[in-house]
Design a protein around this ligand. Structure first.
Ligand code: B12
Ligand code: SF4
Ligand code: SF4
Length: 358
């Protein structure tokens, strides 16, 4: 926990405007809404004098990159393999805020992803770490595994010194990215990021990203996990941030069979519930298609008649990837002839009538 001042990062409005201007936020319109308040703590709350930024360690027990080789399993990002951090971090912030406001005429506002606040640059200004070339805040003590939250307060608190950038000539995070989501160091195009595609993006996922998604069914940790500063990281010690072993490499066959009720039960209280069942199944079916395991074709086939079009569409793609077009023709006759959704029809067409090579 460290302190900064609201005006500590004068570059923020320009940098956020440039990012939004490029359209790098994709369909996250909420990033654009109240952009002036996001870029300027004083615009959000004119009463703010100091900002306390809190970082919570969620260091995983194992290297998330190891999961990627287990093609019949789903890879869930480390932060999502545990209780929703919004609840945990907010609880810690409220405790601290209560302590501050009990001290007299001090007003506080507590934020963890709930308001337009740019947590990473504020955390860097408060000296909790620095924004790496992958744009995430990392530290010498915890590596890349930190979740952030902020308290805006009317109290005049002594600010901490900012941390300096320690990336040097390293570019491991930029090179490991499976979808080339970094147009330049320190700049992320969210539209290409697997975290955005699997969590925030609502519709079908464009074909160009499907292979690269591999078995990542919720989020992506590659650019964080590859970072050499993780050698100083340690597993989360706070019991509230303990990983649930059931979320470590769940079998794809099991995930592909989740209906709405089973999805809700399984992921209640965790960040995974954010996508809802249909979007999650879409991701799982992409992983099924990438598994190279014909035994999983039955899991894809079972979803060809699903009520959700994004699920049916990705089931078509997964069947095609595992069985090939010839074996899928009878499946089309069984499931595709009555199809009316244009996106699902496009998947059938791409599978059965691929454009001629020139
Ligand atoms: C939108 C969002 C996303 C989007 C966009 C990510 C992004 N990089 O912007 C998507 C969905 C892709 C995403 C993914 C993830 N997210 Co997210 N996300 C956010 C959110 C809500 C806002 C981030 C934001 O303001 N982006 C706007 C851009 C413009 O800001 P920026 O990234 O700071 O960009 C800076 C640089 O571009 C820099 N810059 C530009 N040019 C230059 C040049 C130089 C030389 C320098 C030094 C800097 C620089 O200036 C910009 C402003 O500071 C925050 C929560 C919050 N309220 O802050 C969580 C947050 C950033 N996410 C978080 C996490 C954990 C993740 C994932 C790891 C989840 C996962 N495993 O799948 C991935 C990481 C992907 C990645 N490499 O960023 C954590 C990160 C914690 C940390 N240690 O930093 C946060 C802070 C949530 C939290 N409360 O803890 N996320
Ligand atoms: S989270 Fe994954 S897809 Fe997104 S920028 Fe990092 S490595 Fe690339
Ligand atoms: S991998 Fe290298 S460039 Fe990327 S954040 Fe870590 S130290 Fe910086």
């Amino acid at each position: 926990m460290q302190v900064t001042r609201p005006e500590a990062v004068p570059e923020l409005p320009g940098r956020l405007a440039a990012w939004l201007g490029e359209g790098a936020h994709g369909t996250m319109d909420w990033m654009q809404d109240r952009a002036d308040q996001r870029a300027s703590p004083r615009t959000l709350w004119p009463g703010v004098r100091s900002i306390i930024v809190l970082a919570t360690n969620y260091g995983p027990e194992t290297d998330p990159l190891d999961l990627l080789a287990r093609k019949d399993r789903g890879a869930i990002a480390a932060y999502a393999q545990r209780r929703d951090y919004h609840d945990v971090v907010k609880g810690r912030l409220k405790e601290l805020g209560g302590y501050l406001s009990a001290k007299g005429d001090v007003r506080v506002k507590v934020f963890c992803d709930t308001a337009p606040v740019m947590e990473k640059p504020l955390a860097a200004a408060a000296g909790l770490g620095w924004q790496g070339k992958h744009t995430v805040l990392l530290s010498r003590r915890h590596g890349n595994w930190l979740l952030l939250g902020a308290i805006y307060t009317s109290a005049e608190l002594e600010p901490d010194a900012p941390e300096t950038d320690r990336c040097g000539s390293c570019r491991a995070c930029l090179d490991v990215c499976p979808t080339n989501a970094f147009p330049a160091p320190y700049r992320l195009d969210a539209r290409r990021c697997i975290s955005y595609l699997t969590i925030e993006h609502a519709g079908p996922i464009a074909p160009e990203f499907r292979k690269a998604i591999g078995n990542r069914v919720f989020g992506c940790d590659d650019c964080l996990a590859i970072c050499p500063w993780n050698k100083f990281a340690h597993a989360a010690r706070d019991a509230r941030m303990a990983a649930d072993p059931a979320f470590d490499a769940p079998p794809l066959a099991e995930l592909a069979g989740l209906d709405d009720a089973a999805f809700r039960t399984r992921f209640a209280g965790t960040p995974v519930k954010r996508t809802g069942r249909d979007r999650f199944l879409r991701n799982v079916l992409i992983a099924v298609g990438n598994s190279g395991d014909p035994a999983l074709a039955a899991s894809a086939e079972r979803n060809l008649g699903d009520a959700s079009a994004i699920v049916r569409g990705m089931a078509v793609w997964a069947c095609g990837a595992l069985l090939g077009p010839a074996a899928c023709r009878p499946l089309y006759e069984r499931h595709g002839l009555g199809e009316t959704d244009p996106d699902v029809l496009a998947e059938w067409r791409a599978l059965l009538d691929p454009p001629e090579e020139t």
